[in-house]
Write a protein that binds this ligand. Structure first.
Ligand code: PLP
Length: 803
């Protein structure tokens, strides 16, 4: 949109008066934020309704992306950027004497997600709208987002994230679109007057699902899609059943918290209730809408695609069946055909504990109609496959077995597409984890490597680099991220390389100031900034990083004159509150940081900084400042990773195992511009088969490793009596499940190479440039276009400029 500064300033003052009956001069930053939010919403409100109308008139097929997590972070700057008025607002605020950054900071992070999976969903929302694709999100409006992390004595403490306390400036409550969702009670089938078997519900618990819609703005294209998040309420007809505050609270707790664990299901009944709640509400509202506009149910698959993001929304399959059978009177065969055509599923992990399974009795009690339908899907699956010789295979792939409902099986059997999120991951799905299914349905399996929205992760978070790119290669990359590749033409241009160095230094200075303010640790922007930011998980191997830090520490103690670049090791990570081992690692990192940062004899050669409360906003500050990107998971365990792509785009050089999308990053930049080390995935599998890995042998054969591990239990690292022993035991007594010790030597050696390479400044800057220049291919714009073409069969109604 186009607006002059004068008009904007007038509009803004007016909004402030309307909202708060206050003059600009007397307003607080929060009031300014709320007024600006309302104004921005008004600016895009016509585009929002026009987008819907356009999809409707042109009968555009739409995708609905069901995800139990969305992790957008702050939305103000992103909305202003996409509307094309960011600079106007920034300059107007300056003229009005308002601190724009402070107003942005006043917006709470919308953190309705744990990490990669939720953040991917949000990058997709941005890209789907920016590519002009008809697509919407469907999820849960948690009252509390992912917990706020504090460190007390080096331990993680979790505080509630009250992100809604000051109101949410972007959402619109859609009272008129509320639906009821039924739980529990008894369900039996009775023949109606037309001889059809229909369910009769006895004593169900009825919950009201109220949607809150948020506009998802496309980049400078007037497209505004919708993210619909559901909140629970008591239906008016049921008020009398909830007489005490406790009863009401218990019900309202359903959408109170996001489960702070993305790899195992907790709070089991509540979690399953949450899953069905947003699935049923979403499916009902979608079908109701298409029915209202006159779409014959038989043709539903020509109008909608439903995407199941990980197994949490897998009940979409059974719920659409329920609606088509019970409400729309379709035959089972017709309903099934439509459902399979409509549904698609993304698998996000090969970790067995993250493949959801629900006990049969729980599903029967909580979701009796769902269970009946799943039972029938399972029965028909067995019938359909009965002709196959391999009866074991059928037994392994059925949905209900061992008294559990296997949600991944439901998602695969009930959809036409199952994809992994990086080439290696998709290959492992096909050949190992879901091998049986790929034998049954080879045509359903495909790969869609994850991607990142370069608007947020470069344009917004790294303004200095964005300006350098504009100056060097022109501005087309802002619309077409692949054009960043034009930077390759400047890999030997001293001025550009120096410019990149200056940009990095400026970003490092900003982070150094933040570190001093928050952690009280002085770090120099001249040091290497070595970054590992991601959830704390054993397979991600933050511990390997820590072992290398201790190795360098001991080398410096032994030889204070050791030649090496000063380095700052920066961590950001939350541990699931119930994941004791991950919390133990946090404590150990914090204590090693204390030990090293306070050791005068180390003379500032290395520093260790663990930043509290890693979230999207913090990522936006850390990533542009990183020199080294640590992507050191045990090969085969990280499905894709996306921080690896973000760090690369911002000029960090990656230290990586050949895992997830690291492999594709290596392919993009070439072996000379990445530091690869460690076991490959086939070697890991070989160890699993041969069972001949001995951690203790590795330990006994390596004196430095012994010294490093002993430091955990001999008092060298202070204040970790219990935690040090736990870490030591995990490696030695329990034989090092994630092969940390096996990869230790290779990692330490690689880090020495990193050090030597960094000392050759122009070599390093060239590597950094090559990483930036080749990151365009990881744009989520490209990823969603592949989903749109291959899986969802939707297309853009807009001609996107620059494409
Ligand atoms: N958390 C946040 C806030 C992120 O921005 C990202 C990705 O950049 C992740 C988690 C996932 O990180 P990774 O891909 O390293 O697991």
């Amino acid at each position: 949109m186009k607006i002059t500064k004068e008009q904007f300033k007038k509009d803004f003052r007016k909004r402030l008066r309307e909202k708060f009956a206050i003059e600009l001069e007397d307003s607080s930053e929060t009031e300014q934020l709320v007024a600006l939010g309302a104004l921005v919403q008004a600016y895009y409100s016509d585009a929002w309704t026009d987008t819907w109308k356009e999809y409707l008139t042109n009968k555009k097929k739409q995708v609905y992306y069901f995800s139990i997590e969305f992790l957008p972070g702050k939305m103000l700057k992103s909305n202003l950027l996409n509307l094309g008025i960011l600079t106007t607002v920034q300059e107007s605020f300056k003229e009005l004497g308002i601190n724009f950054s402070a107003v942005c900071k006043a917006e709470p992070d919308m953190a309705l997600g744990n990490g990669g999976l939720g953040r991917l969903a949000s990058c997709f929302m941005d890209s789907i709208a920016s590519c002009g694709l008809p697509g919407n999100g469907n999820g849960i409006r948690y009252d509390y987002g992912l917990f706020k992390q504090k460190f007390v004595d080096g331990y993680q403490v979790e505080l509630p994230d009250e992100w809604l306390k000051g109101g949410n400036i972007w959402e619109v409550r859609k009272e008129s679109k509320a639906v009821n969702v039924l739980f529990g009670g008894n369900v039996y089938l009775r023949e109606n007057h037309r001889g059809q078997l229909k369910p009769v519900y006895e004593n169900p618990r009825i919950l009201r699902a109220v949607p809150y819609d948020t506009g998802m703005l496309g980049y400078e294209n007037d497209v505004v899609n919708t993210l619909r998040l559901w909140s629970v309420e008591i239906p008016a007809s049921e008020e009398y059943k909830y007489q005490s505050i406790e009863e009401r609270r218990k019900l309202e707790d359903l959408t109170a918290v996001l489960y702070p664990d993305d790899s195992s299901e907790q709070g089991r009944v509540v979690r399953l209730t949450q899953e069905y709640f947003f699935v049923s509400a979403g499916m009902q509202s979608i079908v109701r809408y298409y029915k209202k506009i006159g779409v014959p149910m038989e043709e539903l698959y020509e109008h909608i695609a439903i995407h199941i993001n990980d197994t949490h929304p897998a009940l979409c399959v059974a719920e659409l069946m329920r609606i088509l059978l019970d409400d729309e009177d379709l035959s089972w065969e017709r309903a099934w055909d439509i459902t399979v055509k409509v549904m698609s599923y993304t698998n996000h992990t090969i970790m067995a504990e993250a493949l959801e399974k629900w006990p049969v009795h729980m599903m029967q009690e909580l979701l009796p109609r769902m269970y009946q339908i799943i039972q029938e899907i399972d029965r028909r699956f067995l019938e359909e496959m009965a002709h196959l010789a391999d009866q074991d295979l059928i037994e392994r792939t059925r949905i209900i077995k061992d008294n559990q409902v296997h949600m991944a099986h439901l998602a695969i059997i009930g959809s036409h597409s199952t994809n992994g999120v990086a080439k290696l991951h998709s290959d492992l799905l096909r050949t190992v984890v879901l091998k049986d299914f790929s034998t049954l349905y080879p045509e359903r399996f495909n790969n869609k490597t994850n991607g990142i929205a370069q608007r947020r992760w470069l344009q917004l978070s790294n303004e200095p680099l964005s300006h350098l790119l504009d100056k060097t290669i022109g501005c087309s990359w802002r619309k077409n991220p692949e054009d960043i590749h034009l930077l390759m033409n400047y890999q030997n241009d001293e001025a550009v390389l120096t410019g990149l160095g200056e940009v990095k230094w400026e970003n490092k200075k900003r982070l150094a100031d933040y570190i001093l303010k928050t952690n009280g640790v002085a770090v120099s922007p001249d040091a290497i900034f070595d970054v590992q930011i991601k959830r704390l998980h054993a397979y991600k191997r933050q511990l390997l990083n820590l072992l290398n830090i201790l190795t360098i520490y001991f080398e410096l103690k032994d030889n204070p004159k050791k030649v090496m670049e000063p380095r700052v090791f920066i961590f950001g990570a939350k541990a699931a509150p119930s994941y004791t081992y991950a919390k133990t690692i946090i404590k150990c990192i914090n204590e090693v940081a204390n030990m090293i940062n306070n050791d005068e004899s180390i003379n500032h050669r290395i520093k260790v900084v663990f930043l509290e409360n890693y979230n999207v906003s913090l990522a936006e500050m850390i990533i542009p400042a990183a020199d080294v990107s640590e992507q050191i998971s045990l090969a085969s365990k990280e499905a894709s990773g996306t921080s690896n792509m973000k760090l690369m785009l911002n000029g960090a050089v990656t230290v990586a195992t050949l895992d997830g999308a690291n492999i594709e990053i290596r392919d993009a930049v070439g072996n000379d511009n990445i530091f690869i080390f460690g076991l490959r995935e086939d070697e890991v599998y070989r160890y699993y088969e041969s069972k001949d890995y001995s951690a203790i042998k590795t330990y006994e054969q390596n004196p430095m490793l012994q010294r490093v591990l002993n430091a955990f239990i001999d008092g060298t690292i202070p204040n970790i009596y219990r935690e040090g022993q736990e870490v030591f035991d995990s490696l030695i007594k329990y034989n090092d499940e994630y092969f940390v010790l096996r990869d230790y030597d290779a990692y330490v050696e690689t880090q020495r190479k990193v050090d030597a390479t960094y000392r050759d400044t122009s070599r390093w800057q060239k590597m950094s440039l090559i990483n930036i220049a080749n990151a365009g291919r990881f744009s989520s714009d490209l990823t969603v276009e592949r989903y749109a073409e291959d899986i969802w069969k939707i297309d853009s109604s807009k001609i996107i400029v620059g494409k």
